[in-house]
Design a protein around this ligand. Sequence first.
Ligand code: ZN
Length: 243
Amino acid sequence: MQARHPIHRNALVLFSGGQDSTTCLAHALSHYERVETLAFDYRQRHVVELEARLHVLAQVRAQFAPWGDKLGEDHLLDLGVLGQVSETSLTRDMAFKMEESGLPNTFVPGRNLLFLTLAAALAYRRGLDVIVTGVCETDFSGYPDCRDDTMKAMQIALSLGMDRRLLIETPLMWIDKAQTWQLAHDLGQKAHAHGGDQLVDLIVEHTHTCYLGDRTHRHAWGYGCGTCPACDLRAKGWARWKA
Ligand code: ZN
């Protein structure tokens, strides 16, 4: 009889509707039996992100039938309180700039710690034992709450605090944006023939990354203003992957 890990069968994906979290969703759908998704509404400057994620979920269900069967409930938690404790260009009408700390002013202190704590509480209630998140140390802005050590510390704290073994999985932690496109391609390809190109096309067309919420300018890598830090990162990763 095939040995099977008694736990780690069901996953909750922190799913914002961007390139990274959609790749994480594909990862979860190819590794786990049941997958649910979670996003936070913290009065992002643009509701575009929250709309994009619903389109992505619908497209995944439509284009990847076996994945669609595993894809369960989608959750949206109100986190408007974040706007009360932070001055950030993500939630206020402020220009993007680098702070003296070396962090961009999109940084919300401790945001991911809050996200993970709430995700763990939801996972507990829903009987999910893995939290998948697209945090990455490789080529983003050095947010301290995205670091590998932070994730491991949170995994231990949450597992102890809830007295249930919880795994925080970070498939993108050590890869760059070009490799993220490749990972999506590989995962799609494993789902079905031509699934690789299909998943990449889905990510290009339906995910949203641009900080300015621009859905009017279409580039080879998707929609966006083309100049904000998020667009810049996505465009450069695409160019390197294509090369
Ligand atoms: Zn942009």
